[in-house]
Write a protein that binds this ligand. Structure first.
Ligand code: CAA
Length: 379
């Protein structure tokens, strides 16, 4: 880290320690999201890290962003995810939105006054995203959207939604992307999901019933919506990887701290070689994941996102988060399984990192397709 990054992260660490950490045990139990925490993150300039200053962003790199998300995730995976999904919406508006849409919606998102959400999944199309059924029917001046979106992170608390809907025939080429605002007629929220983790981040169903969206809210041309979604996900997957690193780092920290003080058989449990091997593997896997996330972040900063690397970073870092948090519960033993220590919360929060923004099986599909293409190219 350079001096600027060190200072940014040190200040953010203080904010997380003073303003997020004290609420997490209670809010995890109650399923409570606090907008004032999100706005506080906005005041620190970390809700629009990579966006240009003219739209209220901090104009920093994806590498800086990976440090920021890692740090927030060390205190709270759900708040880091709220920041990252809102960040993905911003990057989509930046890459594919018109100047008018950017001016209208970006400042509230970059400042942390509002939250953005991404609506691709449906009950019948999770991994097979191009098979979505929500329709956007052309009418004079715009489109009428009908359908239901499922498992939408920040559903109900977000104001700006990127919604993928079908304007044409079957498959990816029939999909278009739209900006839909909370509060427009015909757009409502369904049930809030009860989940294993991410309890402070609401996950809701979105319901569209004859919801009119004007032409100017369509991103790119009709039929380009799948590319919009996939382009956004390349960036989002690196962000989820960074969150995985933060989650693993916190679990590692709690494990070492505990192992150094917990005495059994007249010595600190850290001094048993069995535990040393476990802790060393946890530390090595975490560091390897961090380096892969940073390599993927560099590719985003270079202006030519490397989808293969983005998928690798997401896959490695979130599998690591699952493994390291599970091992952390084992290191802490009986108390690790109780809410007295935070490791069980981080273990529950890690699980869905392997599922969102493309399951880790889908990441392997993406990686394999790139490998095949590379080798066909060489042949
Ligand atoms: N960037 C730009 N375009 C891309 C792309 C990318 N990374 N990946 C694919 N495309 C384009 C392709 O080039 C193709 O266009 P052309 O035909 O013009 O070349 C088009 O998109 C279709 O691509 P595929 O043929 O590869 O499509 P597919 O149906 O085989 O699906 C898939 C590919 C990788 C499996 C994709 O469906 C996928 O990623 N599935 C997982 C869905 C997902 O990640 N959902 C996340 C939900 S959001 C979420 O979780 C956020 C949250 O709340 C936390």
């Amino acid at each position: 880290m350079n001096d600027f990054q060190k200072e940014l992260i040190l200040n953010l660490r203080k904010f997380c320690h003073n303003s997020i950490e004290p609420h997490m045990e209670h809010d995890d139990a109650e399923g409570k999201f606090r907008m004032d925490i999100f706005r506080g993150l906005g005041d620190y300039g970390v809700t629009g890290v990579t966006l240009p200053e003219e739209f209220g962003g901090a104009n920093l790199s994806y590498l800086d962003y990976s440090y920021v998300l890692e740090e927030i995730a060390c205190a709270s995976v759900p708040y880091a995810v709220t920041v990252s999904v809102s960040g993905m919406v911003q990057s989509i508006l930046m890459d594919f939105g018109t100047r008018a849409l950017q001016e209208q919606y970006l400042p509230a998102l970059t400042s942390g006054h509002e939250i953005g959400a991404f609506a691709l999944s449906e009950s019948h199309s999770g991994s097979d995203a191009a098979n979505l059924k929500t329709t956007a029917k052309k009418v004079p001046g715009g489109y009428v959207i009908n359908g239901t979106k499922m498992w939408i992170t920040s559903g109900g608390i977000a104001k700006t939604y990127i919604v993928m809907a079908r304007t044409g025939g079957e498959g990816a080429k029939g999909v278009s992307a739209f900006v839909v605002r909370d509060g427009v007629p015909g757009f409502s929220f369904g049930k809030a999901e009860k989940k294993m983790g991410w309890k402070t981040s609401p996950t809701r169903e979105l319901i569209f019933e004859n919801c009119f969206v004007p032409d100017e809210n369509r991103l790119l041309e009709e039929g380009q919506g799948f590319k919009v979604a996939m382009g956004g996900l390349d960036r989002g997957r690196v962000a989820i990887g960074a969150i995985g690193v933060g989650c693993a780092q916190r679990a590692l920290h709690e494990s070492i701290k505990y192992a150094l003080t917990r005495q059994q058989f007249k010595q600190a449990i850290f001094d048993f070689q069995g535990l040393q091997f476990m802790l060393s593997d946890m530390a090595t896997e975490t560091e390897a994941s961090r380096l892969l996330v940073q390599a993927a972040a560099h590719s985003l900063d270079s202006g030519s996102p490397n989808s293969k690397l983005c998928s690798m970073a997401k896959l490695k870092a979130t599998d690591t988060a699952m493994r390291v948090t599970t091992d952390a519960v084992q290191v802490l033993g009986g108390v690790g399984y109780t809410a007295e220590y935070p490791v069980e919360r981080f273990m529950r929060d890690a699980k869905v990192l392997q599922i969102v923004e493309g399951t880790n099986q889908i990441q392997r599909v993406v990686i394999a397709r790139h490998l095949k293409k590379e080798y066909e190219h060489h042949a």
